[in-house]
Design a protein around this ligand. Structure first.
Ligand SMILES: [Zn+2]
Ligand SMILES: [Zn+2]
Length: 350
């Protein structure tokens, strides 16, 4: 498909321009996707405003999906017209990390939306192996959620949530609220979803996280202790990047408890002395999670995420605070940077 398309193009940190560029030409093993929706990720804020992409100009946006409109020579032409989510990570498949299926640790990866052009555009060129087709009847907009839902699944799998566990999640941005929903889907008894923002805790309650706690109105630790017979939780997740939440998560864990970290740090972290001591005495495990998995064995994480979305075990619709056209991409970034109005998940719909 020759011609021009509209895109939000990053020319330098802070310089995101809505402009016309050439429609990308798919290679032999690629497809061309007409983007239906692309989520704005928390990581897009520094990427667009301060740190930049790996080179310029680049089109950011890595949480997206849409419709296959063109297929390369080695791709089944019958794929045309199908709706798919896009896995933005393109691993080299030859380095040591890739050999063991740890694609998120690839040493020479490409990434749509930071190293190559991504989803804040009408069209994106995508390798055929990076598509996850949506089942018949699923809203194609949902494709934009597959990436954060898969990241959240990775967090749960790295830290293991078992049937009957009590769980606390600090920070109810997109990743945190998906971690909380996954914890429920994995059979947790109580899922204490904690956020300082009353609107976010209300949304959490509405989607079935009935133990959600607004940390600015209630003493979260006291409530959790009350509801767990003063025991605390088996697993805690820090999804806000705040040092205060990190210390709260440590404080609320049982002996042998597991602390999963996924929130990008808002600053340096000071661990209080009693927390430091507790890590030793109570033999706590602290584990970080980066990105998502997508090796095929034993389960393709994105396929699991898709099933959970399709079966309604993970809900996305109530999390959408804004649907904005492509020309408003910079406005979306500003809303998230300045916190000038309430936002949860902002979707760009080119
Ligand atoms: Zn992201
Ligand atoms: Zn690799």
């Amino acid at each position: 498909m020759e011609g021009k398309m509209w895109a939000a193009v990053l020319h330098a940190p802070g310089d995101l321009v809505y402009e016309q560029v050439d429609i990308p030409v798919p290679g032999e093993n690629d497809v061309l996707i007409r983007v239906k929706a692309c989520g704005v990720c928390g990581s897009d804020i520094p990427r667009v405003l301060t740190t930049g992409t790996y080179h310029f100009p680049t089109i950011p946006g890595h949480e997206f999906g849409g419709t296959v409109v063109e297929t390369g020579k080695n791709v089944d032409p019958a794929w045309k017209g199908r709706h798919a989510a896009v896995i933005p990570l393109i691993p080299c498949r030859t380095c040591r990390a890739c050999e063991r299926g740890a694609f998120a640790q690839c040493e020479h990866y490409d990434f749509l939306g930071s190293r190559s052009d991504g989803g804040f555009a009408e069209y994106v060129k995508v390798p055929k192996d990076n598509l996850v087709f949506l089942p018949e009847g699923m809203n194609p907009e949902t494709a934009a959620f597959l990436e954060p839902v898969s990241v959240a699944l990775h967090v749960i799998q790295n830290n293991q949530v078992h049937f009957g566990d009590d769980v606390a999640v600090f920070g109810l941005g997109a990743i945190g609220i998906f971690v909380a929903q996954w914890a429920k889907a994995f059979g947790a008894r109580h899922v204490f979803a904690v956020d300082l923002d009353p609107q976010k805790t209300e949304i959490a309650k509405k989607i079935g996280l009935t133990d959600a706690i607004c940390g600015s109105k209630e003493d979260a630790l006291r409530v959790i202790l009350e509801k767990t017979g003063q025991e605390g939780v088996d697993a805690a997740f820090e999804a806000s990047g705040s040092g205060a939440a990190f210390n709260q998560a440590l404080a609320i864990l049982k002996a042998e408890g597991r602390l999963g970290l996924v929130g990008r740090p808002a600053g340096s972290l000071e661990i209080r002395n009693e927390g430091f001591e507790k890590i030793l005495r109570k033999q706590l495990t602290i584990r970080g999670t980066w990105s998502f998995e997508f090796k095929r064995f034993p389960h393709h994480a994105w396929e699991l995420a898709l099933s959970a979305l399709n079966e309604g075990k993970i809900l996305t619709e109530p999390l959408i605070s804004h649907r904005l056209p492509l020309e408003k991409t910079m406005d979306a970034v500003r809303i998230m940077a300045d916190k000038s109005e309430f936002f949860h998940k902002i979707l760009i719909e080119p």
